[in-house]
Design a protein around this ligand. Structure first.
Ligand code: SF4
Ligand code: SF4
Length: 330
């Protein structure tokens, strides 16, 4: 109990200084609907823009003990959505067990899939497994152009991604009436806000139909000014201009819908954050002055506790808004 009191004190600390930049408004948590779990940094790809530096040689993986803790938290707080991310989450040895455990509990499971994993050795049955368990697949395809995708993700990745969609379509994903959802994720190639989602969805559907592949929704995500993307903008002298775009695009009503208000992000080693971006910035949950582990939260209500915000948060509120589920003003 003392420890929890101590944790409460951590939460009541003011957020870190935002320096000379305009402050992002203070926001607080609602009840948690989604637990987003990073199963590890191992990935079959090594994309140049990857914000977690994932790749085939990374060894960080969530252990079974930490996954058990995740389910303890899910059970205690009746969390309805489990969002699995990585790296390639499917490469964690406990991925399938985790999905099955969640499905048994009636939880909606999201797999953030890179599509090429479906063609890897040992993953032949993956598409069928996902379909049998009704997993909602959210897959990154940052462009419908082969040239752009191969430039950002590696030579041959576009073709393999199309092959991955084909495997999912064969199981019923993206097919009307199947109940199996396949969403694709788009993010701009440079320092601009995503274009109108409806028009872009039409364009994607048209182009991908030429390859005879289908999907449900196109999720548009704003590039966050953090890590590799931020450094790239700095090198090119574009960071201040991009921050101006994000700040001047601020839409107040998006504050009600930013994903951190109802999401808890868990790192591969069990530490907790208000969102995946804060996880990558190592900005602890609630702007606490130390790292917090999920084991400390099991008995601690988070409702109305503060969220750690900083200038990167303007990426979530600009224009149509942005989250892991796409625009906020759809
Ligand atoms: S597929 Fe995703 S996790 Fe893997 S290297 Fe590329 S961006 Fe990173
Ligand atoms: S970056 Fe994270 S903490 Fe900031 S507004 Fe977006 S979701 Fe919330």
């Amino acid at each position: 109990m003392d420890e929890i009191k101590h944790l409460k004190n951590d939460f009541s600390n003011p957020p870190r200084s935002l320096g000379s930049l305009k402050k992002f408004p203070e926001i607080r948590r609602r009840s948690t609907e989604t637990i987003q779990v990073n199963l590890g940094y191992r990935c079959n790809q090594a994309c140049s823009h990857c914000h977690v530096d994932a790749g085939p040689n990374r060894t960080e993986q969530m252990t079974l003990a930490t996954l058990n803790l995740v389910f303890k938290y899910i059970d205690k707080w009746k969390i309805p959505i489990l969002d699995l991310t990585g790296g390639a989450p499917e490469l964690n040895p406990y991925f399938r067990r985790t999905v099955e455990q969640a499905v048994t509990r009636g939880i909606h499971v999201i797999d953030r899939c890179n599509l090429t994993i479906l063609s890897e050795v040992g993953q032949k049955e993956l598409a069928r497994f996902l379909a049998e368990n009704g997993v909602h697949v959210v897959a990154s395809l940052p462009c419908h152009s082969k040239t752009n995708v191969d430039r950002q993700r590696g030579v041959g990745i576009f073709e393999l991604s199309i092959e991955g969609i084909r495997k999912l379509n064969a199981q019923g994903y993206g097919v009307a009436g199947s109940g199996l959802e396949l969403d694709l994720v788009y993010n701009p190639q440079g320092p601009s806000l995503p274009p109108d989602g409806e028009a872009l969805t039409k364009e994607y559907k048209q182009v991908l139909a030429e390859y005879d592949v289908f999907f449900n929704r196109l999720v548009t995500i704003t590039n966050m000014p953090i890590n590799r993307f931020k450094h790239q903008l700095e090198r090119e002298g574009l960071l201040n201009g991009y921050m101006d775009v994000l700040r001047s695009g601020f839409v107040e009503k998006n504050l009600n819908k930013v994903m951190c208000r109802a999401l808890l992000s868990v790192s591969w080693d069990g530490h907790v954050f208000d969102c995946d971006f804060n996880q990558m910035l190592d900005l602890p949950l609630g702007a606490a002055n130390r790292a917090i582990h999920l084991s400390e939260l099991v008995d601690l209500p988070l409702l109305n506790s503060p969220i750690a915000v900083d200038t990167h948060c303007f990426g979530c509120t600009a224009g149509a808004g942005s989250s892991c589920s796409g625009a906020l003003t759809d």
